[in-house]
Design a protein around this ligand. Structure first.
Ligand SMILES: NC(=O)c1ccc[n+]([C@@H]2O[C@H](COP(=O)([O-])OP(=O)(O)OC[C@H]3O[C@@H](n4cnc5c(N)ncnc54)[C@H](O)[C@@H]3O)[C@@H](O)[C@H]2O)c1
Ligand SMILES: O=C(O)C[C@H](O)C(=O)O
Length: 307
């Protein structure tokens, strides 16, 4: 069985933990946060839920990062969330510093773990953590947008959501791109249906900001979706999901979502599934990501060097 650590148990961290562990698929879970007592009180909450469901999983909660050891999977949801009007990239300066700090502390006691990045900007944070830790890091990426896209099309066409297939790729957030060549409904290509593609793309990009404006943060959707990524790894489901695995681009390791097989082994990404136009969009998303990432790294490193 599997031992999993959750770094950062705020809104999304708690939702991911609950959605991942309530089925009892883990031997042991570890909860870590910098807020005093938060892991401890969340442990009590989980134990109460486990008592009701008969879940045997052991729980360790701590404010000491040195207690996080021997994990098979490490989920990182530690970091600031954005406020209305902010982009996810606006979080880079603050949250990337957290990733550099965690990258210096977690790997030595968690050899061979798969690191699952949640904190935003999720793809750049995954790349930073990979750069500074040399560990296997994936970004939960556009699996969240993929499910938002499918849910919107299902609602517009009045079909059950499990009859909508297809993926969103690229950078999680404003630069995500619907891979229309992968989208089908009841097994038929989306071109067979009367759907406004711009309306779908606008929804996928704008709905998280709207949820944040009204509810203060996105939790239930991404919490469930990211728990499913964690379950696919843990149960070796080899499920096709739009996550970002590390890829060499010029002189960096970057993370940009492409439909990818997710199990105990991550990959391969199934770029063959998508047509030339979508592949072009993905390649330009990777170039855009790399250019912005390099600039952000420069400003981060100049701040780090000045310290
Ligand atoms: N990838 C996605 O789909 C997705 C979805 C929702 C939220 N997020 C991102 O996840 C992050 C957290 O969002 P949230 O809504 O849970 O925010 P939150 O403020 O509720 O929780 C963040 C938690 O991280 C903790 N933390 C901060 N620095 C830490 C450190 N160095 N070590 C350990 N814990 C630390 C905080 O104490 C807090 O408990 C944000 O960056 C947000 O943008 C990503
Ligand atoms: O939008 C956010 O800031 C949180 C997350 O990236 C999401 O897409 O729900």
């Amino acid at each position: 069985m599997t031992k999993i650590a959750f770094i950062g148990v705020g809104k999304i961290g708690q939702t991911i933990v609950y959605s991942s562990v309530i089925d009892g698929i883990f031997d042991e879970i570890m909860l870590y946060d910098i807020i005093p007592e938060l892991p401890d009180k969340f442990e009590h909450e989980l134990r109460h839920a486990f008592a009701s469901r008969g879940v045997k999983t052991e729980i360790i909660s701590t404010n000491n990062i040195d207690d996080i050891s021997n994990s098979d999977i490490v989920v990182i949801a530690a970091g600031k969330p954005r406020k209305p009007g902010m982009s996810r990239r606006d979080l880079f300066k603050d949250n990337a510093k957290i990733m550099i700090d965690l990258a210096s502390k977690l790997p030595s006691k968690n050899h061979g773990a798969i690191y699952v990045m949640v904190a935003n900007p999720v793809d750049m944070n995954a790349s930073v953590f990979a750069k500074y830790s040399k560990e296997m890091v994936i970004s939960t990426g556009d699996q969240v947008e993929t499910m938002r896209m499918r849910s919107f099309i299902a609602k517009k066409l009045h079909v059950p959501v499990n009859e909508v297939d297809g993926f969103v790729g690229g950078e999680h957030g404003e630069d995500a791109v619907v891979l229309w060549s992968t989208v089908s409904v009841k097994g038929l290509p989306i071109s067979e249906y009367n759907i406004n593609k711009e309306e779908v793309e606008k929804y996928v990009k704008e709905i998280p900001g709207e949820i944040i404006r009204v509810m203060g943060g996105t939790t239930w959707g991404p919490g469930t979706i990211i728990a499913d990524i964690i379950k696919a790894i843990t149960l070796n489901e080899n499920r096709l999901m739009s996550i970002a695995m590390p890829r060499k681009f010029e002189d960096e390791i970057i993370h940009v979502s492409v439909p990818t097989i997710v199990g105990r082994k991550i990959g391969p990404s199934i770029e063959s599934l998508i047509d030339e136009q979508d592949r072009w969009h993905l390649t330009s998303a990777m170039k855009d990501f790399y250019d912005v990432y390099k600039d952000m790294l420069k400003s981060l490193e100049s701040v780090e060097n000045a310290r």
